[in-house]
Design a protein around this ligand. Structure first.
Ligand code: UDP
Length: 470
């Protein structure tokens, strides 16, 4: 406990499901609550493992108590054949009794003011009810995706067919039109368990006291306003962007920063598909050849291809990591003067804040998007899974800070197309326009947190929490 925190300081428990995409923004949010809003915080997570030492240090140096539940690298054997969402649901279900008793024990020794959960932890609503405290949701994506969540129960009743067969794009309030195929991956096949779980989860959103969104009003003015049109839904507070502040740890990661130091200002396109994204073998080859064809400088975090699952890298076995044997023959030698390829992982935050980086080819995971926006880096939107296609639509059609490569009839992004979008991002008129827009958003993001719209929204929530325990 910080010296400024006393036993009567209002306490908040945050719950984060497995996956860096959730723990990272929740950790940053937790620190903001202790540093700027006079609350004490316990973060309960399944994710923290030894290789995330920097995150643990970040939390403990900011007086956030961290309770780790289990090592997610060892999923129960029965979950091996499930998709990523179902695996997470399964892990959460197995840890819920433990979480429940941990929260109750915290409540016995502190002034517990609220539980704040990520969308996978809605089962904690029962704990909050038992303790007669509010339960808020921390939505790790954006307002446009939240709008789909709010709209889904009625879309489900309104349309019988698969959404990808709808003749017209879906029009969510205040959002740009979205083709059915670009909606969240979980709603693409309405016959699956994943769809049913997602729909069931969206209906439970109604029960929370409010939704804190990791986005900011200036990034999404239309969707933020549009959310007010839903009746009988919890109030929405865009409070972001919350991103991690550092991702460095010793070892190879520093190699790419040293390499970037030698490149010209704004000359490098950073290519990375998040913590779990994987491309097919053919797509990896097309990407490699397209980067080479573009003749632009690149830094590529290359992952072992997988023909079955775009989320495969989340479950990649450790002994297959660290290798680059899947790249086209001679590629590394031919591109050694313009590019650096590193296996598995890069210190993304340090890379995006490096002056040599002028663009980011990303899978559009929301954390990656926010990190790019905060650092004023324009994007190539190459979505893979989850809600990333919606993020791509938001970034290209609405926010206009990204370009999106076109897939051919087989769903492939060919090498010529890769080369075209990379050149477009890095050179010429479109590049200038995208860079200016990215810089503008970077300023707006900072202002929003420093006394602007996000700060005010969070203040409103924390005042409410404090008044509930007095
Ligand atoms: N990340 C990183 N290095 C990598 C890949 C990912 O530091 O090589 C971090 C990235 O900065 C981001 C998070 O992992 O904070 C990925 O979250 P995101 O929401 O973008 O995608 P997800 O991995 O959840 O699909």
């Amino acid at each position: 406990m910080d010296q400024s925190q006393t036993p009567t300081t209002p306490h908040v428990v945050l719950l984060s499901s497995p996956g860096m995409g959730h723990i990272i923004p929740l950790a940053a949010f937790a620190v903001c609550l202790t540093r700027h809003h006079g609350l004490s915080v316990t973060l309960i997570s399944n994710t923290i493992t030894s290789n995330q030492q920097s995150l643990q240090d970040f939390l403990s140096s900011n007086q956030v108590e961290l309770l780790s539940l289990e090592d997610p690298n060892e999923p129960p054997p029965s979950s091996m054949n499930l998709n990523v969402e179902s695996r997470i649901w399964q892990i959460i279900a197995s840890t819920m009794p433990n979480v429940h008793s941990k929260i109750k024990s915290i409540a016995r020794t502190s002034h517990l003011a609220a539980i704040i959960v990520d969308p996978f932890y809605l089962d904690a609503l029962a704990t909050a009810k038992e303790l007669s405290i509010p339960c808020f949701l921390f939505f790790t994506s954006n307002c446009m995706v939240l709008s789909l969540v709010y709209a889904l129960p009625s879309l489900d009743e309104q349309f019988l067919d698969q959404f990808c067969n709808l003749p017209e794009p879906v029009q969510l309030p205040g959002c740009v039109p979205i083709q059915g195929i670009d909606l969240h991956f979980a709603v693409q096949d309405r016959t699956t368990e994943v769809y049913k779980e997602f729909l069931c989860c969206t209906k439970r959103f109604k029960e929370v006291s409010g939704v804190l969104v990791n986005s900011f009003g200036e990034l999404e003015p239309g969707p933020t306003k549009g959310l007010k049109e839903f009746e009988a839904m919890p109030p929405v507070f865009p409070v972001g962007p919350f991103i991690r502040t550092s991702s460095t740890s010793p070892g190879q990661e520093n190699e790419c920063l040293r390499w970037l130091d030698q490149q010209q200002h704004g000359s490098v396109v950073f290519v990375s598909f998040g913590s779990g994204g994987a491309l097919t073998w053919q797509q990896t080859k097309e990407l490699a050849l397209g980067l080479e064809m573009s003749k632009q400088n690149f830094l590529w975090v290359a992952r072992r291809p997988n023909d079955k699952e775009s989320t495969a890298y989340f479950f990649e076995s450790k002994n297959m990591q660290g290798k680059l044997d899947f790249l086209p023959e001679g590629f590394l030698t031919r591109t050694e003067k313009v590019g650096l390829v590193i296996p598995d992982w890069a210190p993304q935050l340090e890379v995006l804040s490096h002056p040599a980086v002028g663009g980011f080819m990303t899978h559009c995971g929301w954390n990656s998007v926010l990190e790019s926006v905060v650092h004023g880096v324009p994007l190539i939107a190459w979505p893979l899974y989850a809600e990333q296609r919606m993020n791509a639509v938001l970034l290209t059609d609405d926010v206009k800070v990204a370009i999106r490569p076109k897939q051919d009839n087989s769903g492939m992004i060919g090498q010529e197309e890769v080369s075209r979008v990379v050149r477009c991002l890095m050179q010429g008129k479109d590049s200038e326009r995208l860079k200016l827009r990215a810089q503008e958003l970077s300023h707006e993001a900072a202002n929003s947190l420093e006394g602007g719209s996000s700060f005010k929204n969070l203040l409103q929530v924390t005042r409410l929490l404090k008044s509930s325990v007095i």
